[in-house]
Design a protein around this ligand. Structure first.
Ligand code: NAD
Ligand code: UGA
Length: 456
């Protein structure tokens, strides 16, 4: 029997998520809708709106077969009984909770739209990351007017990471499905479990109550970000004590209770979710008067800001306390490797701060220059964009490595050094380069959390 599935929101989650679902479940007909007509047109074109390794192949296999991208939201709601909602819920910029709470207006709009256009029972699945109890608001909107139609709301948060989205979706470590523990809630849950069972082993499908599911997603992101802030805080101490943060992370991570992952010191974490989700958690704690708990999680975000500012101060200090008129190349602008996404990328902060110091910047990235241009629109200063790193680096005083793109490791640094202004500096915000070799070539090298290698 054909299963008709709709996904509202064709972004970084909706697009890859539904492409993998369509590939794994040929018996499902999957339609992805969005209010952004340009984004839908891009999904239907040869040039997809997001860069994600492996995505294009899957879209080419499934698009027009059992995967469809469309702007016909109302028709989509009418014709499909299983509806994933993966619209964005960014941090509120106005009113109560501004800068902290989730802005749920896209979400509520979607709920009202589902209510208005439904003619048959629906299972509505929260895929977006949302504050605990959002499902209750959703239920109240859907069930409040007595339309006579049965709506079941499930929480099924997404745990994929960008850059590895396809592998994460094909082989998830777990799939979490939260439901109401009523007869109809459990039945809806079983329907979704059945879909995932097509490609996910049963033992990896976790079921829980709906509030645990909503909260688990916020907590998972908070824990991940907390590890990065923990190692970044230690990187500051390493820089004062001649310890090497890489060696410390290795020694600490070999304890199986701690584990080695997510201990890579860096210029700071970025991405659209960590900061937003932690602030959301902080807001929730404050709402329930848990001030100490709120302060604990808020510090994870504060350390991340501190780490980015520290990176700038280190550059300033190393380059004789003035960056004015100096040309600095940002190698990498995406918030991590293997994505073109620049949302909340530390590179945006670094670029703005360098311009404030009156430096000239050259931005280079293999996949993120279009987004970088949008991010820097309207920012005053001398900015240029150059895809080829060798062209970008010619005539520069310093290199700031801000994204851990694999290709940066194997650049010809001898050649690059020759074309740069001396003394030439490298600030490796990702600790990916061969620092000793760069030093031997003649660079002054400043890693994160390791002793600098300088010729002074
Ligand atoms: P996104 O901004 O890339 O995509 C959201 C899409 O929803 C946009 O294309 C927007 O136009 C559309 N939209 C908004 N309101 C709409 C409406 N009323 N009707 C139809 N479409 C509408 O966001 P994203 O990165 O895909 O994230 C979506 C959610 O998933 C967020 O809650 C995020 O926290 C969560 N999440 C994201 C990731 C990730 O890696 N990006 C991973 C896990 C979870
Ligand atoms: C993160 C989570 O890893 C996903 O599980 C989650 O689904 C997703 O957020 C979400 O909810 O949006 P993502 O932001 O795509 O995924 O990428 P991560 O690999 O988590 O990296 C986030 C940031 O932390 C990047 O800027 C990365 O460079 C940085 N990072 C990561 C470090 O600085 N050090 C590390 O050791 C690991």
């Amino acid at each position: 029997m054909e299963v008709n599935i709709l996904c509202i929101g064709a972004g970084y989650v909706g697009g890859p998520g539904m492409a993998v679902l369509a590939q794994k479940c040929p018996h499902c007909r999957v339609t992805v809708v969005d209010i952004d007509a340009k984004r839908i047109a891009a999904w239907n074109s040869d040039s997809l709106p997001i860069y994600e390794p492996g995505l294009e192949e899957i879209v080419l296999q499934t698009r027009g077969r059992n995967l469809f991208f469309s702007t016909a939201i109302e028709r989509g709601i009418r014709e499909n009984d299983i509806i994933f909602v993966s619209v964005n819920a960014p941090t509120k910029t106005f009113g109560v909770g501004a800068g902290m709470a989730a802005d749920l207006h896209y979400w509520e709009k979607t709920a009202r739209q589902i209510l208005k256009h439904s003619q048959s029972p629906k299972i509505v699945i929260e895929k977006s990351t949302l504050p605990v109890k959002t499902a209750l608001a959703m239920e109240r909107i859907l069930k409040g007017v007595g339309s006579g139609i049965n709506f079941e709301v499930l929480s099924n948060p997404e745990f994929m990471a960008e850059g590895t989205a396809i592998k994460d979706l094909e082989y998830p470590e777990r799939v979490l499905i939260g439901s109401r523990e009523t007869e109809s809630g459990l039945k809806a849950r079983d329907t979704l479990v059945e879909i995932y069972l097509t490609w996910v082993p049963r033992e990896k499908i976790l079921t829980s109550n709906i509030w645990s599911s909503e909260l688990s997603k916020l907590v998972a992101n908070a824990f991940l970000a907390q590890r990065i802030s923990s190692i970044n805080a230690i990187s500051a101490l390493c820089e004062k004590t001649e310890a090497d943060v890489g060696e410390v992370a290795k020694a600490v991570g070999m304890d199986s209770r701690i584990g080695p992952k997510f201990l890579q010191a860096s210029v700071g974490f970025g991405g659209s979710c960590f900061k937003k989700d932690i602030l959301n958690l902080v807001y929730l704690c404050r709402h329930y008067s848990l001030e100490e708990v709120a302060a604990y999680w808020e510090s994870v975000v504060r350390i991340n800001e501190y780490q980015q500012e520290r990176f700038i101060l280190n550059m300033l200090q190393a380059m004789f306390n003035t960056l004015s008129g100096k040309k600095i190349c940002l190698l990498g602008f995406a918030f991590k490797a293997n994505t073109g996404d620049t949302r909340e990328s530390p590179a945006i902060f670094i670029a703005r701060r360098l311009l404030e110091e009156k430096a000239e910047i050259v931005i280079s990235d293999p996949h993120a220059l279009t987004n970088a241009r949008c991010d820097m629109e309207g920012v005053e200063g001398r900015i240029s964009y150059e895809g080829n790193p060798y062209d970008a680096l010619r005539g520069c005083h310093a290199i700031a490595v801000l994204t851990e793109w694999e290709q940066y490791r194997s650049l010809d640094f001898q050649n690059i050094f020759e074309g740069m202004v001396k003394p030439a500096f490298i600030f490796d915000g990702r600790n990916i380069l061969d620092h000793q070799r760069c030093f031997d070539i003649g660079f002054n090298v400043y890693p994160v959390g390791k002793p600098p290698l300088t010729h002074f």
